[in-house]
Write a protein of this length. Structure first.
Length: 219
């Protein structure tokens, strides 16, 4: 494969409740990170996977992933952005396409990885998978009163993996001044056109207990 995938998993998420890093929360008896890495490795384009783990968990995460797929594990940084940068720094130079993927999107189908990679290969410097927004969206004031209704037809919900030409991702991160949860947002800031491909329902972010219950059913 000609594609490297970075998985920032160094955060200590609390939204699924207490009990350590979100990426290590169990789904069907296995950590979310294991599910995510297994599916990444099943994508034929993927030749390199780099996981950023909490600094004190690098050896444990490497041992956890060793039977799943060949993976490099590095210590993450203080922010998600720093963790992505740390992972990017160890990707061999032969990889010109780099994807960034949330471990929390543990059930992302390998086909989605392929379609993002294919769009980058086809000449787009930055690519994100998106889904239409199904709910009506309103802007609401601090006091709970509706300000206005946002036109829904042009809105999209953004998923991962987000794909980049390597030089685009490097430049986007170098130019970053504040913290972003979205790498494509950094590319946007430096004037890169961000192309969209259709996302996948199964690539849902498993963040809240409700999502975990849905994911258990999907497994
Ligand atoms: O906490 P939050 O949902 O913003 O984290 C998003 C992703 O970034 C998670 O996968 C988390 O593990 C990762 N992260 C990281 N390094 C940090 C903070 C968050 O890799 N210092």
């Amino acid at each position: 494969g000609d594609v490297a995938v970075l998985v920032p998993a160094a955060g200590m998420g609390v939204r699924l409740g207490p009990g350590g890093p979100k990426a290590l929360r169990l789904l069907g008896g296995e950590p979310l990170l294991v599910h995510a890495v297994r599916r990444l490795a099943l994508a034929p384009s993927v030749g390199c996977i780099v996981v950023a783990a909490p600094a004190d968990a690098v050896a444990d995460v490497a041992a956890l992933l060793e039977p799943v797929a060949p993976v490099t594990v590095v210590a993450g940084g203080a922010t998600r952005q720093a963790s992505v940068a740390a992972a990017l720094a160890v990707v061999p130079l032969e990889y010109e396409i780099v994807l960034v993927h949330d471990a929390a999107r543990a059930l992302t189908p390998p086909e989605l990885v392929e379609s993002v990679a294919e769009a980058v290969r086809g000449g787009h410097g930055a690519v994100i998978p998106v889904l239409p927004v199904v709910d009506t969206i309103k802007r609401v004031s601090d006091s709970g009163v509706v300000v206005d209704t946002v036109e829904r037809s042009s809105l999209r919900a953004v998923q991962t993996p987000q794909g980049f030409r390597r030089d685009v991702l490097v430049k986007a991160h170098e130019a970053a001044v504040d913290e972003h949860t979205d790498d494509a947002g950094l590319a946007e800031r430096i004037g890169i056109a961000v192309y969209t491909v259709p996302g996948a329902e199964a690539a849902m972010k498993i963040t809240r207990p409700f999502d975990l219950a849905v994911a258990e059913l999907l497994l």
